[in-house]
Design a protein around this ligand. Sequence first.
Ligand SMILES: [Zn+2]
Length: 308
Amino acid sequence: MPNDLSAKVLVNKTRLMEDLKRLGIKRGDNVVARVALSKIGLVEGGPQTVIDSLIDTVGPEGSIFALSFTLIYKLPLSEKNKQMIFKPDSPTYTGAFNTCMLKQPKAIRSRHPNCSFVGIGPIAEEILSKHGPDSPSFDPVHKLARYDNSEMLLLGTVDQSPGITTVHVAQNILDFKNKFAGRYGVNYRDTDGTVKCYVRNDVGGCSMGFYKFYEYYRKENAVSEGTVGAAKSMLANLKKTLEIDLRILKQNPKFFFCDNPSCISCRINWEFSDGSLLSVKYHQLLYALKRRSLKEIPLLILRNTRDR
Ligand SMILES: [Zn+2]
C-alpha cells in the first residue's frame, strides 16, 4: 500500500525496544504477541528483529509467546485431509512473525493439534508442556492470566484482527455451546507415535466483535495504547481483561457478536444466537451484489448452504 504510513517508516531494534517500553512492557513480563509485521514499517532484519526486541525488552526473567495455529478440517475427514497430520514441526498459517518464532532454537511449542502456542523463556515450559489434544484450545492464555505480569501485545492488529484472547478463555469457562462443536478436526501424531483424530469441541467462533470490550478495558486501566514503529498497538493485562470479559459475558453472552448481519458464526452458530438463516442469506446476497459479479451468486449460495 503506497499511501500507507507504515510503508515509509524505517524501524530498527533500538526504536522497537523504545516503543515497546513506552507501551508498558517491563523486564520480567510474560508477553503473548500478535503481530502484523507490515503495519510496523520497514523493519531492519524483519521478524527476527521484532522477536529479539521483545526478548531483550522482557529480559532473561521474562517470556514471550505467539500463536502457531494450524488448520482443521470437516469431519469425517476426507481421504485427502486424513493425510494432513499435525506434528510439532507443522507450519503455521498465522503469518511471518509466528513462523519465525517457531524457528527460534530455544522455542517450545505446545502439542494442541489446532491451537498450538510457541514460547521462549523461563515459564514457557510450564505454560505449554501440558497443552495438548485434550486441553482447552486457549489454555496457555488462561494459565498466563494467573500472573499479574502477563500481557497480550496487539502490534498492528488492534483493528484488523481485534480483541484479546481472554474472551475465548471466558467463552470456555462459561461453557458457551456452539453448533460447530465436534464438526471439525485433524489427525495428529500422539506422543507414542500413533496417529489419532483430534476433534475440536470448544469452538471460539468469530472474533470481529471483540473490539467492543476495548472501552471497558480502557475504563478499568486494563490496557495501554500507542504505536510501535508505525503500528497502532495495544498492551493488555491478561488477568484484568479476563476478569472484565467474564463479568460482561455472564451478564450478556451475546456481547461479543460482530456487526455483520451475514456472519453465520455470530448470527446462527451459538446456542444464544438469535439470527435467522434467511436473513443471513439475504445479507450475503446483498453483499455479493455489491462486491461480486452476478455469475458468482449461484456458487455463493451453494457454498454457504454446504459449509458455514
Ligand atoms: Zn461475526
